[in-house]
Write a protein that binds this ligand. Structure first.
Ligand code: E4P
Length: 222
C-alpha cells in the first residue's frame, strides 16, 4: 500500500513524515501555488524528510498534447522518482499514449467518472486518481466510481493502481481502503485527524495524574 500526502507544505510534511510511513507526496498546480515554493526547492527537502525511496506525483500545467508531452519529459529528467500527473481529458489521454512509449510513469488525474479512468488505464496510465469528494459534490457517487474502477482493474488484471484523491473526511478514506485500493493521498487536515483522538489524550493525561499521585518520579521501576 502507498500512502501519500497531498500537499507542498514542507514543514507540515516533515512533521507528519515522522509519524506515518509515507510513500511520497502528490501535488497539483493549486497545491504548488499555495505552498509558494518551486520544485527545485521542494523536492530535495521532501526527499530528505521522507526518505530516499520517496515518490513524487507532479502535475503538468500545459493543456495541449505537445505541451503536456514536453513537460512530462522535463519532469522525468529531474533526479527524483517522479510520476507525471496528466488530466484525463482528450489532450491528456492522447499525451498519455505518447508518453508511455517513452516509458515515463504516469498518473491520470482529475478523474470524475469510470469511463475516463478506464480509457486512461487502457492508454497505459500507471495510476488513476479519481476525485472522490468532487464527484460527490457533483451529485454522483464517488465511492461507487472508485469501486467500479477497482473492480475493472481486478477483473481485467490491469497493472494500473488507484490513487484515490480529494478527501474531505476520514470516513471517505476508510471506505476506499475497504475496497482494496492500492493508494490514497491525504490532505494534511485529514492526515492529522487520522492520528488524533481527544479521548486518547484525556486517557494519557489521567494515567499520568494517577501515577504522579503515588510515585514521585516520572520514570520509576521500584
Ligand atoms: C490530488 O492529486 C488532487 O489534485 C487533489 O486531491 C484534489 O483534491 P481537492 O478536491 O481537495 O482539491
Amino acid at each position: 500500500f502507498e500512502l501519500y500526502l497531498d500537499s507542498a507544505n514542507i514543514e507540515e510534511i516533515k512533521v507528519l513524515a515522522g509519524m506515518m510511513p509515507l510513500a511520497g507526496v502528490t501535488t497539483n498546480p493549486s497545491i504548488m501555488a499555495a505552498g509558494g515554493v518551486g520544485l527545485t526547492q521542494l523536492l530535495p527537502e521532501l526527499a530528505e524528510a521522507i526518505g530516499p525511496t520517496s515518490r513524487f506525483h507532479v502535475q503538468v500545467i500545459g493543456d495541449t498534447v505537445e505541451d503536456i508531452v514536453a513537460e512530462a519529459k522535463r519532469l522525468h529528467d529531474l533526479p527524483f522518482d517522479i510520476v507525471v500527473k496528466i488530466p484525463a481529458h482528450g489532450a491528456g489521454l492522447a499525451a498519455i499514449k505518447q508518453i508511455k512509449r517513452h516509458d515515463i510513469p504516469v498518473l491520470a488525474t482529475a478523474i470524475y467518472n469510470v469511463q475516463q479512468g478506464w480509457l486512461a488505464a487502457l492508454n497505459g496510465a500507471d495510476y488513476l486518481a479519481p476525485y472522490l469528494n468532487r464527484i460527490d459534490n457533483q451529485g454522483f457517487d464517488g465511492i461507487g466510481v472508485v469501486a467500479d474502477l477497482q473492480s475493472l482493474i481486478d477483473r481485467y488484471q490491469m497493472p494500473t493502481k488507484l490513487l484515490v484523491a480529494s478527501f474531505k473526511n476520514v470516513q471517505q478514506v476508510l471506505q476506499v481502503l475497504k475496497l482494496g485500493v492500492a493508494s490514497v493521498t491525504l490532505p494534511l487536515d485529514i492526515a492529522r485527524q487520522m492520528l488524533t483522538n481527544p479521548a486518547t489524550d484525556a486517557a494519557v493525561s489521567q494515567f499520568q495524574q494517577d501515577w504522579l499521585a503515588v510515585f514521585a518520579e516520572r520514570l520509576s521501576f521500584d
